[in-house]
Design a protein around this ligand. Sequence first.
Ligand SMILES: Nc1ncnc2c1ncn2[C@@H]1O[C@H](COP(=O)(O)OP(=O)(O)OP(=O)(O)O)[C@@H](O)[C@H]1O
Ligand SMILES: [Mg+2]
Length: 257
Amino acid sequence: MTETWEPIYLSAKVFGHLSQGLYRTPAGAIKELISNSFDADARLVKLHTGFPSFETFSCQDNGKGMSEEEFRRLMNRGIGSSYKRSPTVITTELGRPVIGRLGLGILSLAQICTRFEIISHHKVSKTAFRAMIKFPPYTRQEMDKIAKKALLEDDEIHGGEYQLVEEQYDSAKQGLRVFTKYLREPFRKRMRNISHLGNKIAFGKSGPYKTFDQFLNAIYNPKKPTQSLNLLSDYDQLIFGWHSPHLFDFLTTEILQ
Ligand SMILES: Nc1ncnc2c1ncn2[C@@H]1O[C@H](COP(=O)(O)OP(=O)(O)OP(=O)(O)O)[C@@H](O)[C@H]1O
Ligand SMILES: [Mg+2]
């Protein structure tokens, strides 16, 4: 990795979304990553949750990847640009209806870590790069203050920094890999807190479910039909909460502890 850190520019509007914690749950952030893999025509996504200490988290896909130019554009006012917003459904090369609309999903990572690394092997240009992205560890209050000031002054915000180095392209590594670093302590705490496991709520038992049926019973109890995944721990939500039948049709997902 070279020593030069380059600034990331965000609009005040985008920063405001960030400060409001647009993506509040860890499961929500993971869903953003998987949606991006889907849009990139990946057929396989591998997630490493880092259970049980939750020190690292990674998401790796075999989609088309991203070129260095696309990445730099994203870092330079590209985040939050609504170029894809359109009333008609856009489809990918494989004919999938594109999920991404706002260009904000990638920011969801800022909610769970202060740094992340992206490694991309881009199918079309046959080039590869590795980039480290760093977000300042602002508190919610600091972010609110900066966003307010920037909105008043119609200012641009220096939202963090990134470093990029080119890598040797390898077709076997085609796709995008995201590795989180410096996971925020509140995220890790939430993930480690399994006191809200459905097992405990539904059966009064601590520890993991004995069978998958028990898990299903924990989230769906005919006597209490209002039960939902929202009652479960963040870890349970991460493992089971992002599933959508729409994604299931196209993607194979391996979730590895
Ligand atoms: N796994 C991936 N493979 C290839 N390109 C990706 C991947 N993840 C992100 N990108 C690129 O980064 C861009 C930004 O992603 P981001 O999730 O922030 O926005 P989006 O998907 O366009 O919209 P949304 O905010 O609705 O998710 C994407 O438009 C895409 O070009
Ligand atoms: Mg997205």
